[in-house]
Each structure stands twice: as structure tokens, then as C-alpha cells.
Design a protein around this ligand. Structure first.
Ligand code: KIV
Ligand code: ZN
Length: 522
């Protein structure tokens, strides 16, 4: 199926599960990928780039299963410019009702050196591989990686070859986040004017955010004639990330007067998926992030609050409900029942099944016993943690810590490891250090602590702390999270959560043998 779209429609191509997931530390489990894909499909994303099938057995399985389950979205897989990658990609996406193969090669002078091809050799490779992809699938996207640093004449030449070979979408990646809005618009406009056959394909824009211009560059590309924006939820992605889906979609909606293009995205689903992606990727959303940040709709200063009460339009250009944020934030308490919790979760943008509600209700009751009022942010924190549970090999049973002046902190920990209960007591430089040492005493690990982050969810000394721990071991990265009114308990649980994820990842790599990155062109 090729894409025929009206000129005022912009296709949204989400690559959270490919470009986003490949960023170090953002690895998602198989089930999490299926869940995110379903949410993207439900919210009206046009194309979901579900993964890079040749990269590993796990990636292949995820793309295949997402393809089988897909409803309305086109399901796309990534492939480098060789037959083996393309065949593997087709095997995975062909089970979708609307499959797409996305094949690419780096065309800039620097990127051409990676496979060590001359301009002519690369041109031949593009012709052969796009033709091969098109023989398998009638929806083929081709990308000249690092397009924004590719010589103009060569860029035009290779795009023309790809179009003649049957590509239906031409994506122009700003791989290193180098371009600027005016340049981005001009590049697309000139390509469409210059390259023969350009009016028969869809031009796409794929921007990275290294200079903080990814959203502006993507919107400028649309003004120049692009009709597909590649983006990720929360702007997830390598280095500074990709164009954020929520930003381009809301910009097109709010400023339709000057950007008269529309998308099919149901914007009320934005907050729900943003929170879910933050949880499963382990990448928290910065407080002042546009659209989905905790403070995006908060009006703290006296003068703003006064203005807001008189007329919300004084300081708000969009309504919280437009992005799926509830307007009421009445706290729950220990007498609140399951229905009230479900209602609150729905208002916060979480769509939970009965089993998940049962699990979250137990944790909500536990929290409400310790905390008088349970605020929206407490509920969000509860939803962000406690994902794994039953199949974990390492479990925390109890923790007692002594700390204060006059000596080192001491932690006594009881853990269940592969079903057997074990106890350790260790001292350390403060209660968190002592607890982590006690964990390591029972489960020796060389994992290097890359990140340890603590946030108070609400105000007050009984506030919950959410803790993120990122560990690295032999090139594998795993993030663990937890929340508790006791910071040391939250930290220890987050540490154990990350260790469990490393164990899963180690097992998965054993099965997969080798993981390839799409940057690895050999
Ligand atoms: O940034 C990039 O160039 C990519 C390509 C694979 C499209 O992600
Ligand atoms: Zn990219």
C-alpha cells in the first residue's frame, strides 16, 4: 500500500520503539513494546516503526508480534542497505495488514566512509536494495542518513535513484541535529522542486535534537512540503533525542491558523502514553518539558494564579483536558475504594485492566495507610513502579537500617534469591550505601552505577520518594525505579529492580547471541 494523502494532512510516524528504544538505558521488555505499540495505534499514529528486526531475536519477535496485533497503523521495520537485513525486516512486518520496509544508508562524505563505498558504488547499492525491498513490499521508505550534511548534487542523485527503484516515502534525516528551521524548510522545498518524480512520493522529516531545534526543524520541513514527521513520545532518543510527538502534534493543533496541516492523533491520549513511556523506558520527563512536563500546566506565581482564576486563557494556550490531563486533583485517602481509584486513574490518562487495578489497589491501600492524603502525583508514582514482581529472581523481603552521627550506617537485609531466603548485614557510607552493599553481599555484581536519582513526589515530610537507578554491566544498561515514603527502601528496591532487569537482559542476549546497532554498518 502506498500513502496517498491530502496536502493538508501530515502523517505521524512514531519511532519510540526503534530510534527511542535504541538510546542507551531506554531498553523495554517485549510486553512493554507490545503495550506501547497498542497505545500508539489507539491514539491514531499513522506509522509505527516497531524496531530493527535484524538487530536481535528479541527485536524480530517484537516487530512480528506488533505486526500481527496492529489495527489501523502501518507497521514499519528498519533495515540497512543489504538483502539480509531487508529480508529479515520483511519476514517480521509482512504479518501486518499494512507493512512497510524502511531501508537506509549514510550518504554524507563522513558516513560514506563507514561501508567504504565510492559515490557510484553507493548509488548502485541504493538501486539494488530499494528494488529488492520494493519487490517484497509495496510500501518502502528510503532514508539517506545524515542527509543534512550530504552534498546537494549527490543527495538529489541518490533520491532520484531511490524513487525510480520504487521507494514510496523519502525520509530526510538530520541525523546529528545540525540543521536549523529555515534551512530545513528550504532543503525539502528544493528537493521537491528539483528531483524528478519527487511529486509522486511522500517526503518525511526526521530530526534529532542536539541543538534543541528538532521540533522547529520538523515543522519547518512541513512548511517546505514534507508530509510525514518522524518523532518519539517525550522526544525519547539517542543523545538529546528526537522530535517530540506531543510537541509537533499540539503545535499543529494550537497554531492551525499559521500551520494549516492536521494529524489524526487523538491528543487526549498524550498524557497517558507519555507517562507510560517514561515508566517503561526509565527516562523521566523533565518538569518543564513542553506539553507533558509536570509543570506544563502549573501556574504557581500569585499573579498567574489570579489571572488564571479570572480567565484561564490569560495564561493557557491549550486546555489541560486537550492533552488528557484531569482538571480536578482532589486527593484520595484510605477510605477511597476501587471505583474511586479507577476513576482517578482514568482522569490521569491511565487505562487499566482489572488485574492491573487489583495490583495497584493493594499498593494504593498500603500507601494510604502511611500517608493521609494520596495526591495525583502519588498515584502516578505508583503507576511508574512495581512493574516486574512475580518473575523477579531477586526480591526484597525486609530492610532495617541504623544511621546517624557517631558511626557508619548499618543495613540488615533479607532477600529472596531464586526462591531461597538469605540475610546480610553491611555497613557503609550512609544508609543507601550500606543497603546497596548488603544487596551486593547476597548477589555479587560488577554492575557500575551510572545514575542514582531521588525525587520527592509531593510536598511534606511524609512525601513519597521516587528513585531511579541506572546500572551498566559489560555494555548492557538497565534502569530500575521504585517509590516509597521511605527513601532508603525506595532506593534499595530501585537498585534490585535494575539488577533484575540486568539479569533478564543477560539471559536474553545469551539467546540472541549478538545485538547489532543500526549505527553498525559493517
Ligand atoms: O537518525 C537517523 O538518521 C536515523 C535513520 C536510520 C533514519 O535514525
Ligand atoms: Zn534517528
Amino acid at each position: 500500500m502506498t500513502d496517498t494523502i491530502s496536502q493538508d494532512r501530515v502523517l505521524i510516524f512514531d519511532t519510540t520503539l526503534r530510534d527511542g528504544e535504541q538510546s542507551p538505558g531506554a531498553t523495554m521488555t517485549h510486553e512493554e513494546k507490545l503495550e506501547i505499540a497498542e497505545m500508539l495505534d489507539d491514539m491514531g499514529v499513522d506509522i509505527i516503526e516497531a524496531g530493527f528486526p535484524i538487530a536481535s531475536e528479541g527485536d524480530f519477535r517484537a516487530v512480528s508480534e506488533i505486526s500481527q496485533r496492529s489495527k489501523d497503523a502501518v507497521i514499519c521495520g528498519l533495515a540497512r542497505a543489504n538483502f539480509k537485513d531487508i529480508d529479515r525486516c520483511w519476514e517480521a512486518v509482512k504479518q501486518s495488514a499494512r507493512p512497510r520496509i524502511h531501508t537506509f544508508i549514510g550518504t554524507s562524505p563522513l558516513h560514506r566512509q563507514i561501508p567504504d563505498l565510492t559515490q557510484d558504488e553507493m548509488a548502485d547499492r541504493i538501486h539494488e536494495t530499494v528494488t529488492h525491498a520494493r519487490n517484497l513490499c509495496d510500501n518502502v521508505q528510503w532514508s539517506p542518513m545524515d542527509a543534512t550534511r550530504t552534498e546537494w548534487d549527490y543527495l538529489c542523485r541518490v533520491i532520484e535513484i531511490a524513487i525510480k527503484a520504487g521507494a514510496t516515502t523519502i525520509n530526510i534525516p538530520d541525523t546529528v541535529g545540525y540543521t536549523a528551521p529555515e534551512e530545513s524548510a528550504n532543503l525539502i522545498r528544493r528537493l521537491i522542486e528539483t528531483v524528478p518524480g519527487a511529486d509522486e512520493v511522500v517526503f518525511a522529516t526526521h530530526c534529532h535534537n542536539d541543538l534543541g531545534m528538532a521540533t522547529a526543524n520538523a515543522l519547518a520541513a512541513v512548511a517546505g512540503g514534507a508530509r510525514q514527521i518522524e518523532c518519539t513520545i517525550n522526544g525519547l532518543g539517542e543523545r538529546a533525542g528526537n522530535t517530540a510527538l506531543e510537541e509537533v502534534v499540539m503545535a499543529l493543533k494550537v497554531r492551525h491558523d499559521i500551520m494549516p496541516w492536521s494529524t489524526a492523533v487523538d491528543t487526549t491520549k498524550i498524557m497517558g502514553i507519555s507517562r507510560r513511556v517514561a515508566t517503561v523506558s526509565g527516562f523521566p520527563v523533565q518538569f518543564n518539558k513542553a506539553i507533558v512536563g509536570k509543570n506544563a500546566f502549573a501556574h504557581e506565581s500569585g499573579i498567574h494564579q489570579d489571572g488564571m482564576l479570572k480567565n484561564p486563557e490569560n495564561f493557557e494556550i491549550m486546555r489541560p483536558a486537550d492533552v488528557g490531563l484531569s482538571e480536578s486533583s482532589l486527593p484520595l485517602g484510605k477510605h477511597s475504594g476501587r471505583a474511586a481509584l479507577r476513576d482517578k486513574l482514568n482522569n490521569l490518562g491511565f487505562d487499566v485492566g482489572d488485574n492491573q487495578l487489583k495490583d495497584i489497589f493493594v499498593r494504593f491501600k498500603d500507601l494510604a495507610d502511611r500517608k493521609k492524603e494520596v495526591f495525583d502525583d502519588d498515584i502516578i508514582a505508583l503507576m511508574r513502579v512495581g512493574e516486574d514482581g512475580e518473575n523477579d529472581r531477586l526480591k526484597l523481603k525486609s530492610l532495617r537500617v541504623t544511621c546517624g552521627t557517631g558511626g557508619p550506617a548499618e543495613a540488615r537485609i533479607v532477600m529472596e534469591i531464586d526462591g531461597a531466603e538469605k540475610t546480610a548485614t553491611m555497613s557503609g557510607d550512609g544508609p543507601v550505601d550500606a543497603s546497596f552493599r548488603a544487596v551486593r553481599d547476597l548477589h555479587p555484581s560488577d554492575a557500575h552505577l551510572q545514575l542514582y536519582q531521588v525525587h520527592a513526589v509531593t510536598e511534606g515530610t511524609d512525601a513519597q520518594a521516587t528513585v531511579s537507578v541506572r546500572l551498566e554491566e559489560g555494555g548492557n544498561i538497565a534502569t530500575g525505579q521504585s517509590a516509597d515514603t521511605d527513601t532508603v527502601v525506595a532506593s534499595t528496591k530501585a537498585y534490585i529492580h535494575a539488577l533484575n532487569r540486568l539479569l533478564v537482559r543477560r539471559g536474553k542476549l545469551g539467546e540472541d547471541q549478538k545485538e547489532i546497532s543500526y549505527r553498525d554498518m559493517s
